[in-house]
Write a protein that binds this ligand. Sequence first.
Ligand code: PLP
Length: 403
Amino acid sequence: LLEQIPAAVPDNTFVLIEAFKADTEKKKVNLSPGIYRDDNAKTWVLPSVKKAREILQADPHLNHDISPQMGYPDLVSVARQITFGDTLGSRSITSMQTIAGTGANYLIARFLTYVAQPKTVWLSNPTWENHPKIWRHTNPAIEQRLYPYYDYKTSTLDIEGMISTMKEQASRGDVIVLQACAHNPTGLDPSREQWEAIANVCEEKGLFPILDSAYQGFATGDIDNDGWVLRHFATRSNGAIEFAVAQSFSKNFGLYGERIGALHVVTRNHDTAAKVEATLKQISRAEITSTPGFGAKVVATIVQNPELRKQWQQDLNTMSGRLRDMRKRLHDELTKRETPGNWGHLLTDIGMFSMTGLSQEQVTTLKDMLHVYLLPTGRLSFTGLTTGNVEYVAESIHRVLTL
Ligand code: PLP
């Protein structure tokens, strides 16, 4: 039975993590994973998370029961608050805790497959490398198509291409996956005006948008600013648009291993919301039964405690500020060397990632010759840059581009 299993293609991110571990070169730099590191390239436990852990562990009533089917109630409520602020008004919504952002993306894909059998799912070109995998794994019969997003020549957003493709080629009932902020892998987000144009197309064409929100707070440090599009979809057009938000707490709380996230499905009326809830419960029961408890309590404790919330804001400022600083440092080092390429966008892109324009071959040379690791697409994760290695990285990129 098992001998017929077809060979599977290994995941790039995890292959690189292993290769990096095995590399014995002291100067090696890992710029591939989307996991925040401090200026010593070390994992960073947010001070707000440390304090929340202390509070929880000092509580004699802390237990390890399973949560209700929709998740740990305080987590679900703070997840909704972070996502929508006070903008929901009377809109009907169903929110469920999930296994981080991946689980939220997966759950909505499973849900839509189950209730609506969409013909096509539209993904940005390029997108997070797991989006196509999640949809293929959920239902290979759903056609995956790419909408133009990144103009590789100019390193800018191809908004005209995106809008015209959706207008001309998308059909009613298609799903479109959008990223709410700090787009992975390009670091390029639509402006507010452009978001309005995108929302108009979704509405006119009767598409179902999924707003993947993995980096709220990472772009500018301000969750309200970074969450603008989430609130825009909730408040626009007399509540006519149905959509979902797949939310991750991995990055903005540094809780990568705890697997905390939420799925929000915004509907037109309460009857629909009740049916959505019943179906989500059914799927979740079959898949996971219950959601992780400890990380959920950490997030809820931070958001509900005014002092810890203030600390969390400082933590977001620390992380987003360090990334902005590294963007500037790398930009300055490359321009100082007159490295061929267009580097101005490193300053205007936001969040963890930017595309470098390096070819797959150049990425391989960078790794094999100089021990600097990027994804094969040329995506660079600023989290691995530090004041100690930025000059070496710039020099390495310069060498590869001037070979
Ligand atoms: N969505 C995007 C765009 C991402 O980049 C990521 C993580 O890299 C996720 C979702 C999911 O993250 P997690 O499952 O770790 O919360």
